[in-house]
Design a binder for this molecule. Structure first.
Ligand SMILES: Nc1ncnc2c1ncn2[C@@H]1O[C@H](COP(=O)(O)OP(=O)(O)OP(=O)(O)O)[C@@H](O)[C@H]1O
Length: 299
């Protein structure tokens, strides 16, 4: 494995923030790192970036310590860290130079990125004059300007409107196509699901899931059967038979144990009710996350 976290630990006083976690990732893969607030994601990232010392464990890249000395790392932090009074272009150049670029190269790349993210007009503005979403784009550019091999994106979509979110999605897709190795932290499950083939879930500092997304789905004990009908009786029938279901207008979503013979069920419903639509769905990452990390299922 190219990237390895081995038996990583961190406590703050009596609080075990990261408890003996091990994660592996191949070069060119994207890992979705999930967990409720306080699960230990940021602490793990901070240890990776050597911003805080680890208590014990190893973080390796190609067998060597994971460190800026051994590879180019790009980091988009959850809490933004830009200089409010500095103008946008100078700011990006400054961050590029901190990553070892010379000034001319940093300026050239900065202008390309500003154009690409449609904020060239803001190059000479003070950063504080930009909207929150546009400051987020500047922060993204500072994370990517030096063409990092390993990229950590912590809540990259927060504060972006739908148009800017789409722009960022295409940037992430480009990074994936360029075979960058990426850790993607987000509470937005649909995005994690659309980008990440591999996921890990942290809970109270423990790693409770770490696998290919497809395997995680297969290991989930339930599937979902969606039925669409204009017949009002279906609700009574499902209630009477104690099915676990939710209803939205004339659509019903049933949570069915994987062991259940699903085609027999479909036949049963089809014979009893006039169905306009039937579909069988694997659980979404959202459903798996809620079940694994605690909380009620929100269909
Ligand atoms: N510097 C610190 N001092 C004391 N406790 C800390 C410190 N940093 C983190 N913690 C605690 O460690 C635990 C893990 O926090 P962490 O920030 O890693 O969670 P997270 O998964 O990133 O959460 P979020 O999704 O809210 O960003 C929490 O209980 C937090 O309060």
């Amino acid at each position: 494995m190219t990237f390895q976290i081995k038996n990583l630990n961190k406590s703050f006083g009596n609080k075990k923030a990261v408890n003996n976690i091990s994660i592996q990732l191949e070069e060119g893969q994207i890992l979705g790192m999930l967990g409720r607030n306080g699960a230990g994601k940021t602490t793990t990232i901070r240890m990776m970036l050597e911003l805080i010392p680890k208590d014990s464990g190893q973080i390796l890249w190609k067998g060597k310590p994971f460190s800026k000395k051994n590879l180019r790392i790009g980091y988009l932090p959850e809490e933004r860290g830009l200089y409010a009074k500095m103008n946008v272009l100078d700011q990006i150049i400054y961050f590029g130079m901190l990553e070892g670029m010379d000034k001319k190269e940093a300026k050239k790349e900065a202008l390309i990125w500003l154009e690409k993210l449609e904020i060239s007009y803001a190059a000479k503005k003070r950063t504080e004059q930009l909207s929150k979403g546009n400051q987020q784009k500047v922060q993204l550019i500072t994370a990517l300007i030096h063409d990092p091999e390993f990229i950590i994106l912590d809540e990259p979509f927060s504060g972006l409107d739908p148009v800017n979110a789409d722009m960022l999605k295409s940037v992430v897709k480009e990074l994936i196509a360029k075979k960058k190795t990426i850790i993607f932290c987000s509470h937005q499950m649909e995005q994690v699901e659309s980008f990440c083939s591999q996921i890990c879930i942290l809970k109270d500092g423990n790693l409770i899931v770490s696998d290919q997304l497809a395997n995680v789905k297969r290991a989930y004990d339930y599937r979902y059967l969606e039925l669409e009908t204009a017949t009002a009786h279906l609700k009574d029938y499902l209630t009477q038979k104690q099915y676990d279901f939710t209803q939205e207008n004339n659509r019903y979503k049933l949570r069915i144990p994987r062991s259940e013979e699903i085609y027999r069920l479909i036949q049963e419903f089809g014979e009893k009710f006039e169905l306009q639509g039937v579909s069988l769905k694997e659980p979404s990452l959202h459903e798996i996350f809620i079940e694994r990390t605690g909380g009620d299922i929100i269909a």
